[in-house]
Write a protein that binds this ligand. Structure first.
Ligand code: THU
Length: 126
């Protein structure tokens, strides 16, 4: 699938972000190996630590629907610069072997990274 299209899905999803505290609307779109796409947004909470990032929302939606194999995830926000996943989301990307992360700005400009660049030496087994 064209990464530009995945970024577009993330931009569309961003409209549903629930971000009354930070004001930063984030959208993600996760491409499964079978071609299905799951979107996600950040869902904030007045108890800030209960907030869920857009990437994890998309991943948890897909996993809870039985998906286990993934090709790539795109993430975008209101910012006019690229947005990068937080540390917790990087660990979740590693858990589910999502190999490619596409980081985008609010216009759909994007850059493609391998996940192992973003989380080298990930904790994956013990
Ligand atoms: N956020 C995401 O959803 N994804 C990221 O990659 C970085 C941060 C959210 C969490 C919070 O709702 C807001 O952005 C500000 O940190």
């Amino acid at each position: 699938m064209d990464y530009g299209k995945l970024v577009y899905k993330a931009l569309e999803a961003r409209k549903n972000a629930y971000a009354p505290y930070s004001g930063l609307h984030v959208g993600a779109a996760l491409l499964c190996s079978d071609g299905a796409i799951y979107t996600g947004v950040n869902v904030e909470n007045v108890s800030y630590g209960a907030t869920n990032c857009a990437e994890r929302t998309a991943i948890f939606k897909a996993v809870s629907e039985g998906k286990r194999n993934f090709s790539a995830i795109a993430v975008t926000s209101d910012l006019d610069r690229l947005i990068y996943p937080c540390g917790i989301c990087r660990q979740v990307l590693a858990e589910f072997n999502i190999p490619i992360v596409i980081v985008a700005d609010n216009k759909g400009n994007y850059k493609v990274h391998r996940t192992d660049e973003l989380i080298p030496h990930a904790f994956t087994e013990f």
